[in-house]
Each structure stands twice: as C-alpha cells, then as structure tokens.
Design a protein around this ligand. Structure first.
Ligand SMILES: [Zn+2]
Length: 224
C-alpha cells in the first residue's frame, strides 16, 4: 500500500493515586503509558483506557459535565465549528455531557490534575509525543480512592499542527478529535481497523459498533 497510515493517537494516561490524607500537592506525577488501553479489557473491538485493580473502567462521574477549555493558538481556521461538532457528536454517542466552557492561554498539557480538559494544537517541538505521524494525543488524569474506585478529574487533547505529508490539508480533522475525546472518556485502542478507536486512521470517519459498545459500557459503569 502506498503512502503512510497515520497514527491517530498515542496517549498520556494519568495514574494519579490519591490517598484521603494527602493534599493535592502530594499527587504523583502523570506518567506516560506506552500501552494505549488495557489489553484484554473491554469487549469485541474495544478496550478500556485504564482500569482499577478490580477491573472497573476509569471514566468520568455519571452526573455533571466534562468541561473543556480550548486554547486557540495554532488552531485551524474555523476551529470553533470543528470543536463544537466533535464535542456534540461525542456527547450524543456517549451520554456524557461534554461542554466547551471557554478559551484559555494555558498550554500545560501534562499534570492535568483538575480543572477543565485542555484542548490545544501544537507541534512535536512543544509536545514530543506528537513525533512523526502521530496526529493527536488524548487522555485523562484520574484519582483512585482507598476503596479501589476511581474516576477522571482532568485531561487533555493535543492535535498536531504539522503531521508529515499535509495530512490535515486533505483529511477532515474531526475524526481525529473525536478519537482523542474518546480517550479522554476512557476508551483505549481497538485492534479492529474499522473502529474509530483503531490506532491508525485509514479513512474511518464514523463511530463503529465496537466504539459505541465501549462508550455504552463506560456510561453504564459511571452510572451504576
Ligand atoms: Zn489513540
């Protein structure tokens, strides 16, 4: 096959452990996890991004919103519509209420311990994880309590501004944004290339059956 398939996302997943007696400053740093998703977790064509020791998925609380702040520096023209469309698609498909709460000049994409999910654009000089054909990264930071439960408290999505070959000049960036937002919600990669959560983008634009089943499982886990 000619051309290069573009890796849609490698991911930073936060393994922040919170003990009830510790102050926020005692949270451990976010670590980079080379495995995007927990192998063998999830179901047919989908995985969880991270699980608690008891095997429950890490995702956002059932109630409330998943707030997102956009840093427009380096964003493509018309990014507001792109973000609104992706956020709306993910909210509808997942049942979680993602909400753009405003814009920011914050570029702290690591250590997202709290506050809105940061959405920004960058190159690999600023964000080394965007090396080579990686088009975006996304993930959440989560806290885990002494009882073994855990949930996301922050997160980030960074979209690459200079994917080799001018990828975003000939490809709709929305599926990449949706893919990264699903990482934020708690889905890992799929080994089925027809799913949007496959690590490589090969033209899939819509959520597949595996993606939707994974989102339903996340929502059920959050609300049960
Ligand atoms: Zn990914």
């Amino acid at each position: 096959m000619l051309g290069t398939l573009v890796v849609v996302g490698s991911v930073i997943v936060g393994t922040v452990v919170l003990s009830p007696t510790l102050a926020l400053t005692d949270l451990r740093d976010v670590v980079i996890d080379p495995v995007v998703g927990v192998p063998g977790s999830g179901g047919d064509g989908w995985t969880y991004m991270a699980t608690t020791p008891r095997g429950a998925p890490i995702t956002w609380p059932c109630e409330g919103t998943v707030p997102i702040e956009v840093n427009p520096q380096g964003a493509p023209e018309g990014y507001e519509g792109l973000v609104a469309s992706a956020v709306s698609r993910v909210s509808e498909a997942s049942g979680f209420a993602l909400e753009v709460v405003g814009e920011t000049d914050d570029r702290t994409y690591r250590d997202r311990d709290a506050g809105p999910v940061l959405l920004m654009w960058a190159d690999e000089e600023e964000v080394p994880e965007l090396v080579g054909a990686t088009a975006g990264i996304g993930g959440s930071t989560y806290v885990q309590g002494p009882g073994g439960g855990g949930h996301s408290v922050g997160g980030m999505v960074v979209i690459d501004t200079d994917v080799p070959g001018g990828f975003f000049r000939r490809t709709d960036p929305e599926p990449v944004l949706v893919h990264e937002l699903l990482h934020v919600l708690g889905l890992g990669h799929s080994d089925d290339p027809r799913q949007l959560m496959a690590p490589e983008h090969s033209g899939q634009d819509d959520l597949g059956e595996g993606d939707l089943a994974g989102l339903a499982a996340l929502r059920e886990a959050a609300c049960s």
